[in-house]
Write a protein that binds this ligand. Sequence first.
Ligand SMILES: NC(=O)c1ccc[n+]([C@@H]2O[C@H](COP(=O)([O-])OP(=O)(O)OC[C@H]3O[C@@H](n4cnc5c(N)ncnc54)[C@H](OP(=O)(O)O)[C@@H]3O)[C@@H](O)[C@H]2O)c1
Length: 278
Amino acid sequence: MLRKSSRPFQTHGREHKTRTKRELMEAFEIGIIGGTGGIGRWFADFFRGEGYTVHVSGRTVGMRLDEMTRTCRVVIVSVPINATAAVIEQVGPKMKEGSLLMDFTSLKEGPVRDMLRCSSSEVMGCHPLFGPDVPSIKGRNIAMCPARIDKWYGWPDDLFRKRGANVFEVTPEKHDRMMSIIQGLNHLDTITMGLALKETGVDLAELKNFTTPFFDTKLAIIEKTCTNNPRLYADIITGNRDILKIIATYEQSLSRIKYLVEKNDAEALAELISSSFE
Ligand SMILES: NC(=O)c1ccc[n+]([C@@H]2O[C@H](COP(=O)([O-])OP(=O)(O)OC[C@H]3O[C@@H](n4cnc5c(N)ncnc54)[C@H](OP(=O)(O)O)[C@@H]3O)[C@@H](O)[C@H]2O)c1
């Protein structure tokens, strides 16, 4: 799936022949579909801070797709996961040749495949591994999936790197496999604990008198995950094709622990934990 030019940022076609990388950078405007909220708005602010002209759209406001694809040489899809395929279907065929179609979706296989299928433009999958609550890009991880890249190779990677991000290239398949753990297992565990906590019927206000710093941290994560944008987490979990394997492993671990607890065998449980982390 990774396809990139061996001639980063060299242009082809007579009209581009004399363009340098810098001229190319200065010449384009960026459109973000879904740039009115969430991570799309965060990146709209980021790119504006870097001197770019950025146009955004939401469902009912902002620049229309026709105008965006006419005006912007870079168009980024940053809409909820469940709307991403439909938006790519709409925007892909409108992309001008030589322009760049990107996305910020938390899953990469489906969106990258759809962008390649629906457009003839260059295609770059991108997953910022942080949310819109971070103050800066510095120190943040960003996964890039260059899928059909020639003259856009290096943008926006170089810019992100220049501002201190850890940018790395990965195939969409490997990205999603890793995300089945980083997001799948992680959010699954948080949500399971949140649901179990509710199921106990405990009075959270009263519980807070008894909490430890460790539990406070966990509770804050549960509250953020379960109340902030539950659909995002639900889509991330259900949309990952490796997730059922992860759930099976999770269930197996829980069963082993339950078995040893039922036997009241603390020694074997401790041995299970320590041998797993040797
Ligand atoms: N939030 C994160 O932590 C995070 C991090 C990395 C990647 N991502 C990815 O970024 C994407 C967006 O997530 P988000 O959390 O930023 O979502 P969000 O906060 O819900 O924002 C979604 C944006 O998309 C617009 N939108 C919603 N439905 C649309 C549609 N059918 N057509 C066009 N625009 C639509 C919304 O605009 P209006 O409300 O104005 O209509 C809004 O600007 C997802 O693919 C997600 O996986 C999210």
